[in-house]
Design a protein around this ligand. Structure first.
Ligand code: ADP
Ligand code: MG
Ligand code: MG
Length: 933
């Protein structure tokens, strides 16, 4: 079997660090991990015969080597780059740095996953004071040559020399003013020439070095600059949010430049093969005539719509590409079709038109909203573009929660029409209401204080990422449907309205004004945005349930009235068809149980009984049950509680008829039930017929240094057996009663925090005896099971012994994670963020992420997962019918669910609104598992 290219490159005698692509070159290994997404896309499009400028790709492995070897290139890299450069010169028929006919290149970042705008790229590398003259000849356009040169100087200074780009923007602004023009495009050739001089001067001043004139020097330094951008703050923040590790590295894609800025037959644009906000099937995008690279997304000029449909959606009256260059547009649509056929997915593309010829500069799977994801999967399935298995994989599991999030009530919006301030582009659907904040720092501040906010910016840049995460919604004044704000918001699932042209910021006064109607909003005042319609209200608005919830839970809409529901149902039904893992929910009340069932839960995996105890009406008896001095009084209190407990279980069993309900016996430490104020203590004393002093004394006697590791879980049930007895009676009596009503009940009683076999033996003995008593008394039996949580490392190791007394294990991965790491979740805030963020590591001179992810969010497969596998092994050896599940927070997290599937658990259990996520993730795991075989 041939080695995968990546291993090959690492292990071989002469590792390959660089791959050429283009005419006459063999197709490089199409491995995204090695070439990065961008590099793979270029190489693959080339292989498909699409028009792509040739180039070469420096691998992610070279970047990783660089990062961990004190910022030095691996041996052989320089020579390989030189060789690929020679190939590229041949392909292009011109030479790098040539004075007559220069080859220019772009040096681009591209990791294995797309990180939009988070890393750096340098365009027009190879220009210097001489080759710029050659470029002018080559393009027969002196202006375009100097336009490219000034862009190159600014980008290079910023990316490679770390000069703040503000200096260049200011100089550019001043130049426009001098020349009396509004846009860069109005600058004359002479003005651009002067600007180049000025830019070089800025560079020299800021860095104390001459702007490098040697093209090879520029190239190698640009490669380093791109490597460095992998570790810049915004890129790191982005990876933290998405849970991507720091050691993937970025590839560097080097490509021959094509020129969108050489006149009116040229241009540049970006597009999606379908609408990324709604999923509608039409080409979606924007372009600019006579422009290069980032101009479209940077919001420098208002981009033109790509087609008439786009003009309609955005209300733009600028001529579209479909109208101005119909043939190019047709070709672009055709490329889009070919790409969708090939990738079986919606693509996000970059293109440039150079003198009437189309070039594809990038393709990647397009980021989309949850709404669009479901619609696209649904449509592509019907179009026959994908099969059911692919449809399941098409929707990111976590994105389905977007379809369940609230929307604004139509009537409220009508009522608030006086507060309708303006309208923008509906870039990310959903409703958001909160305080207006004008900076990302403010947004983060608000979030820390638990106050919902909406981030309002002229436009967003990658630096705003943290603020966009913190805000409920995002509103911008500038930028179109493919602007940074729109793309990132869609990725985050945040409602987003962008390009509200008549929003005028006055940062000095901390307010925004609407140009057309003079309405004013001060920072901190409420604002509401509807990302589905693009409306902006200067007031707060109530939200109402999503259509899916209206159909499934509130029953206020009929299924056939909602297209969204039908799409959702189609995808979820397919998921159910393919998954093996059962999905249950964690629910403590009949209401939650009913919601969970509507959302597809096949049972309740965890009912926490302490929630019922915390109820104000019962608290006094709960306290008496724990703290009364005489055992008789304690038992009497327990008996008074029994009917309430039973009532709760009756409700849950009825809601879940025919399905399993797993009830966990009392778990938390007793001190959680103790009164804190003197008034409450007095009341309790009266209730127990004792003195205030005695109550205080009891309080002190049960105070624990570390309650999480103290007298809780089955340790309570063993010390206070009447609690287990009372709870069992309540469960079994309720079960028998519901069964007498004619419904099927399948109760499971779960003993918490077991570490040893005898603990479970003791509790199971008590449970079985109590159940038999109830059956005798009520004259009817129901089947029930007894099992335990596996939430202590010792329990996992002793699973073989414990399984003698267990019908099932449920992995309580919250406690199991705490105890495996020895990290108390409540105290982790002191250092866990730092661990995930990373610390400086002397040996490699780079940032070291101590933890790749937050183990309370994403299951630690190596450690906690290993314990789960051991428990499964040993438990099943003793009891081959042992049923296995998970009920920790992780049961609703996509990657963890996949792991549970892989290690052969029977079910996962999560909060009700996560049920669709788990259903989809379980199906994806099953489908991926099958395709691996
Ligand atoms: P990002 O990942 O931020 O999109 P890119 O590497 O894609 O950065 O490049 C930035 C811009 O430069 C894009 O608009 C891209 O289309 C353009 N670009 C990149 N390479 C070339 C090239 N060889 N010729 C013309 N434009 C290019
Ligand atoms: Mg790009
Ligand atoms: Mg626990």
């Amino acid at each position: 079997m041939p080695l995968p290219a990546s291993t090959h490159a690492k292990g071989g005698e002469n590792p390959v660090w660089v791959y050429s692509f283009g005419p006459g070159c063999p197709t490089p290994p199409l491995d995204r991990n090695l070439l990065g997404g961008k590099g793979k896309g270029e190489a693959e499009m080339t292989a498909m015969g699409l028009p792509v400028p040739p180039g070469f790709i420096v691998t992610t492995e070279a970047c990783v080597h660089y990062k961990y070897n004190r910022l030095s290139f691996p041996k052989g890299l320089v020579e390989q780059v030189e060789a690929c450069l020679v190939t590229l010169e041949k392909q292009m028929g011109c030479n790098f740095g040539d004075v007559e006919n220069p080859l220019l290149i772009s040096v681009r970042s591209g990791a294995r996953v797309s990180m939009p705008g988070m890393m750096e790229t340098v365009l027009d590398v190879g220009l210097n004071d001489k080759s710029v003259l050659g470029l002018a000849k080559k393009l027969s356009n002196e202006r375009a040559a100097y336009d490219s040169y000034r862009r190159f100087i600014a980008m290079y200074s910023n990316v490679v020399s770390g000069v703040n780009s503000a200096a260049y923007e200011d100089a550019l602004k001043a130049c426009r003013k001098r020349e009396g023009v509004q846009f860069d495009i109005g600058l004359s050739t002479n003005a651009l020439k002067e600007l180049c001089q000025e830019f070089k001067h800025i560079h020299n001043q800021q860095t104390g070095q001459e702007f490098p004139q040697e093209p090879r020097d520029q190239l190698f330094r640009a490669i380093k600059g791109v490597f460095h951008s992998w570790d810049c703050d915004k890129a790191r923040a982005y990876r933290r949010f998405h849970g991507f590790p720091d050691d993937w590295g970025t590839a560097v894609v080097v490509m021959a430049m094509v020129f969108g800025n050489r006149g009116d037959d040229s241009g540049t644009g970006v597009g999606f093969t379908r609408d990324p906000a709604t999923g509608e099937h039409h080409f979606y995008g924007e372009y600019l005539v006579n422009a290069q690279g980032e101009d479209v997304v940077a919001g420098i000029r208002t981009p033109h719509p790509i087609n008439k449909m786009q003009a309609l959606i955005t209300g733009s009256n600028l001529p579209s590409l479909e109208e101005t260059m119909p043939e190019i547009y047709q070709q672009l649509e055709e490329v889009g079709r070919i790409l969708e056929q090939h990738y079986h997915d919606m693509q996000d593309v970059e293109f440039t038109i150079d003198n009437g010829k189309l070039y594809m500069l990038q393709t990647r799977t397009g980021k989309r909203t949850g709404f669009a994801a479901v619609k696209i999967a649904f449509d592509m399935l019907r179009e026959g573009l994908i099969d059911e298995r692919e449809a399941v994989k098409h929707v990111d599991a976590h994105q389905v929660t977007q379809l369940l999030t609230p929307i604004f009530d139509m009537r409220d919006k009508v009522m608030a029409s006086g507060k309708l301030a303006t309208r923008g582009l509906n870039a990310g659907p959903g409703a958001a209401s909160g305080a207006a904040v004008f900076s990302s720092e403010k947004a983060v501040e608000y979030q820390k204080q638990g106050k919902p906010c909406v981030l309002m910016r002229e436009e967003t840049s990658p630096e705003d990422f943290a603020g966009m995460v913190a805000a409920r919604g995002i509103l911008t004044a500038r930028g179109g449907a493919t602007s940074h704000a729109a793309v990132v918001a869609r990725g985050l699932g945040r409602p987003c309205v962008c390009g509200c042209g008549d929003l005028v910021f006055d940062h000095a006064k901390h307010e925004v004004r609407i140009g057309s109607n003079g309405m004013v909003l001060k920072e901190g005042e409420p604002v509401s945005i509807d990302g589905t319609t693009g409306q902006v209200f200067f007031c707060s608005l109530q939200t109402k349930p999503s259509e899916i919830i209206q159909v499934l839970i509130d029953k206020t809409k009929r299924p056939e009235e909602s297209e969204l529901f039908q799409q959702f149902k189609t995808i979820m039904d397919i998921a159910d068809k393919y998954r093996r893992l059962e999905v249950r929910a964690n629910a403590d009340t009949p209401q939650d149980a009913a919601i969970a069932r509507s959302l597809g839960a096949q049972g309740i995996g965890l009912v926490r009984t302490e929630h019922m105890f915390m109820d104000k009406k019962r608290l006094m008896d709960v306290r008496a049950m724990f703290f009364s001095d005489s055992e008789d009084d304690r038992k009497a209190a327990a008996n008074r509680l029994m009917p309430y407990q039973k009532e709760d279980f009756l409700g849950i069993f009825r809601a879940m008829h025919g399905l399993t309900v797993t009830i966990r016996l009392l778990d938390p430490p007793r001190h959680e039930f103790l009164p804190h104020t003197e008034d409450e203590q007095k009341a309790l004393a009266a209730h127990m017929g004792t003195t205030l002093e005695r109550v205080k004394q009891i309080g002190e006697s049960i105070t624990e240094a570390n309650p999480m590791l103290g007298h809780r879980g089955c340790r309570l049930g063993i010390a206070l057996p009447y609690v287990t007895e009372m709870q069992t009676r309540a469960i079994i009596e309720a079960a028998v009663e519901v069964s007498k009503e004619g419904s099927e009940v399948l109760p499971e009683i779960m003993v918490p925090l077991v570490a040893t076999k005898k603990e479970l033996e003791h509790q199971k003995g008590l449970i079985d005896k109590t159940a038999q008593d109830v059956f005798k008394k009520m004259g009817k039996e129901v089947p029930y099971k007894v099992g335990t949580m596996i939430e202590l490392p010792r329990a996992a190791l002793q699973a073989g012994q414990i399984a003698e007394f267990a019908d099932f294990f449920s992995f309580g991965t919250n406690d199991l994670t705490q105890c495996t790491y020895g990290i108390s979740r409540d105290d982790a805030g002191q250092f866990l963020p730092l661990y995930v963020e990373g610390v400086f590591f002397e040996s490699t001179h780079s940032n070291m992420q101590v933890f790749d992810f937050e183990p309370f969010q994403t299951l630690d497969q190596d450690g906690v997962g290993e314990l789960m596998k051991i428990a499964r092994e040993r438990g099943r050896r003793t009891n081959p019918h042992l049923h296995l599940g998970i009920c920790g927070e992780h049961g609703g997290e996509g990657r963890s669910v996949k792991f549970c599937h892989e290690i052969g658990l029977d079910y996962c259990s999560c909060s009700p609104f996560r049920v669709p996520v788990a259903r989809l993730a379980a199906a994806q795991a099953a489908v991926e598992g099958q395709s691996k075989k």
